[in-house]
Design a protein around this ligand. Structure first.
Ligand code: GTP
Ligand code: MG
Length: 530
């Protein structure tokens, strides 16, 4: 029932770097146009075509209708910029900067209004959970429910274009300071696990410049200064982000709520980019984070079940308050995704390979050593053998909850490189090895109560999936399957949930565990390290 379009199939076969490069190039050839509420699409396109061939376009709503126009060539943008007037401002002084954000005004709005037909608006956010639950209830089975959720929540082609455009528009500013810099997205905008509405993580990349300096032939001259020399990389990063933050604040069209968070472990500038409607986090090139994005991209492309499971589990975790949009002591989406990948590595036969196996498939061009860590793994997806595992998604979802509901978190840690549990090297409640910086725990922030909550909700969910009768629930017009898991448990049946959650380790839970055919009824206390 879930068919990829031809375009998607093609995109999926490309390497992460190829997709990134292509999309960044397209974004450089793109402009954003604010349109009047009623619009003659044909006329707009006709006018724009006089500046060059249009590759693709779409309309979306963001405080008024906007059009994203992607030309086939970059020159068309310059041609359009030259033909456009800068508004004469009586009260405001205009900073002389040619942006790629335009307003389209009709000379004679009254006479043209008659010819206008409503344009198709591409959605940039997902449907509310309530509406989703209704849709899920009409599905045939849990696997179909999971694909429906994926289809509703995943980033659309249009939304991805808009994300790359946001990066490219920020680049127009970073270039003023660092002419060869590039602003690239990472994290869930590009790792195939992004949901409509998620933030845009972007980083300022000087990699190309560095590559150039190291490969340059040594002549008799050396550059006295490439830049002012600073005592540490961290200080350089902070200074760079500070000036870029000021620049965006003072001159960036539509950049608002700029917050410089320079003392964080990973310094960043947060801001809202109003023209595209995104919340953005800008940091300076972090090669390990990019490798993590690429690794997840590979896993997400390997088998359609991977993304379907991740979207369902992430949505489930959000509904139950196991994850949160602000940082804290709870599990992050990133950690949760790694837990799902680990679970998929542990299936028999495995659905995705371990990181060590991906490393074995790497060739010369895949070799990457970052800060002393070997981060090499295969980039060519066609070299990875498809899995022989044919388990259905409903089995995987139920087993995911059961697996982590009974995981010995007290003793074991999660290691994606090896694809197996290893003894915890230290006492953090949840220990997930950073796949690349092997001495770091990506879930160090998670505290004991949050882990306990995760385990309890996972157990409750496993119980619901095993016990509850779809037919009966449909007769009662109650949400079933995945839909039943997306309603906060206290709300769907407060008394039932209270009893089940009360006093972990009580008789109620014990019988519940028995019903799940768990080997060790005491494992809950042990699992969460009580
Ligand atoms: P969303 O919640 O959809 O935004 O997921 P995300 O994967 O984009 O997460 P987030 O925006 O929090 O972080 C962006 C990227 O930073 C992640 O994809 C990771 O590459 C990296 N990252 C986030 N948190 C951690 C962490 O705790 N440790 C490490 N090593 N990297 C992290
Ligand atoms: Mg993110």
């Amino acid at each position: 029932m879930f068919l990829l379009t031809d375009a998607e199939v093609n995109i999926r076969k490309k390497t992460f770097t190829e997709v990134q490069t292509e999309r960044l190039e397209q974004a450089e050839q793109t402009v954003l146009i604010k349109c009047p509420p009623k619009l003659n699409e044909k006329k707009l396109l006709q006018y724009l075509s006089s500046h060059g061939n249009i590759n693709s376009h779409f309309f979306f709503e963001n405080r008024g209708i906007h059009a994203l126009i992607e030309f086939s060539e970059k020159d068309s943008v310059a041609s359009l910029q030259d033909a456009i007037g800068i508004p004469s401002a009586a009260e405001h002084h205009v900073v002389p900067f040619k942006s790629r954000l335009f307003t389209f005004t009709l000379k004679n709005p009254v006479s043209q209004a008659a010819e206008e037909t409503p344009v198709h608006l591409s959605p940039q956010c997902h449907i509310p959970v309530k509406e989703l639950i209704q849709k899920l209830c009409n599905a045939d089975d849990i696997s179909s429910q999971m694909y429906i959720l994926l289809n509703e929540y995943q980033l659309t082609e249009e939304n991805i274009k808009l994300r790359f455009l946001a990066c490219s528009l920020v680049r127009d500013f970073t270039r003023a300071y660092f002419p060869d810099s590039v602003v690239k997205p990472f994290g869930s905008s590009v790792n195939t696990f992004g949901k409509l509405g998620c933030d845009v993580d972007m980083f300022l990349d000087f990699h190309d410049i560095r590559k150039h300096t190291t490969t340059m032939k040594k002549g008799p001259f050396e550059m006295e200064y490439q830049m002012k020399r600073l005592p540490s990389e961290r200080l350089a990063t902070q200074k760079i982000l500070s000036v870029i933050g000021d620049c965006l604040d003072n001159f960036g069209p539509g950049c608002t709520n700029i917050q410089k968070i320079l003392n964080a472990r990973c310094p960043l500038v947060k801001f809202s980019h109003q023209p595209t409607g995104f919340l953005c986090d800008l940091s300076v090139s972090n090669s390990i984070a990019i490798k993590s994005s690429e690794l997840l991209y590979i896993y997400g492309c390997l088998d359609s079940r991977v993304r379907a499971l991740v979207f369902s589990v992430r949505c489930w975790a959000r509904v139950h308050g196991l994850t949160n949009s602000v940082p804290g002591t709870w599990i992050t989406n990133f950690s949760l995704t790694m837990m799902i990948m680990f679970f998929l590595q542990k299936r028999s036969p495995p659905i995705i390979p371990t990181l060590d196996q991906l490393k074995e498939l790497a060739d010369k061009k895949d070799k990457h050593v970052i800060g002393g860590y070997d981060c090499s793994f295969v980039s060519d997806l066609s070299k990875i053998k498809p899995t022989k595992n044919t388990e259905t998604l409903d089995v995987l979802l139920g087993d995911f909850f059961e697996y982590f509901g009974n995981f010995d978190f007290r003793k074991n840690s999660i290691n994606l490189r090896k694809g197996k549990e290893v003894n915890k090297p230290e006492s953090s409640p949840l220990y997930i090895w950073n796949p690349f910086e092997q001495d770091l725990n990506i879930s160090k922030n998670v505290n004991q109560p949050q882990l306990e909550k995760f385990v309890a909700v996972a157990r409750e969910s496993a119980w619901i999936l095993q016990k509850e009768d779809k037919t009966q629930r449909m007769i009662n017009k109650e949400p079933w399957g995945l839909a039943a898991l997306l309603i906060p448990f206290g709300k769907s049946n407060p008394s039932k949930m209270k009893n089940r959650m009360k006093g972990i380790g009580s008789e109620t839970i014990r019988s519940l565990l028995d019903s799940l055919k768990l080997n060790n009824a005491n494992s809950l206390e042990k699992a969460v390290g009580k």
